[in-house]
Design a protein around this ligand. Structure first.
Ligand SMILES: [Ca+2]
Ligand SMILES: [Ca+2]
Length: 103
């Protein structure tokens, strides 16, 4: 089964266009790596929305199943020297979520 992914905030983050759930990983899940875009602008935290579109594939029990979207926040690391950062995410960090299908 293919899980199509879309990032609706391309200035903030990137994600693969899809991930594949198949015999070897459908139960454990597959890791989706979402990468923050590092800019040079003091623009504060930015929303990163990864939309999971309905599953595509031949399993009639799963096709069309729509998993919840991922709403993330990219922290801003462009700031005055005296400003505290809550998160270094924008400075090249990555985070990951697992997507799995039940049966
Ligand atoms: Ca930056
Ligand atoms: Ca920034």
């Amino acid at each position: 089964m293919t899980v199509p992914l879309r990032v609706t905030t391309p200035s903030a983050c990137t994600a693969p266009p899809s991930v594949l759930l198949e015999g070897g990983n459908w139960e454990a899940g597959v890791v989706v790596t979402v990468t923050a875009i590092d800019d040079a602008v003091i623009d504060g935290p930015e929303p990163c929305l990864v939309v999971l579109d309905p599953l595509i594939g031949s399993d009639v029990n799963l096709a069309g199943f729509d998993l919840p979207d991922l709403a993330l926040t990219v922290a801003d690391d462009d700031a005055d020297a005296v400003q505290l950062l809550s998160d270094g995410f924008e400075s090249g960090g990555v985070d990951a979520w697992a997507v799995a299908a039940g049966n």
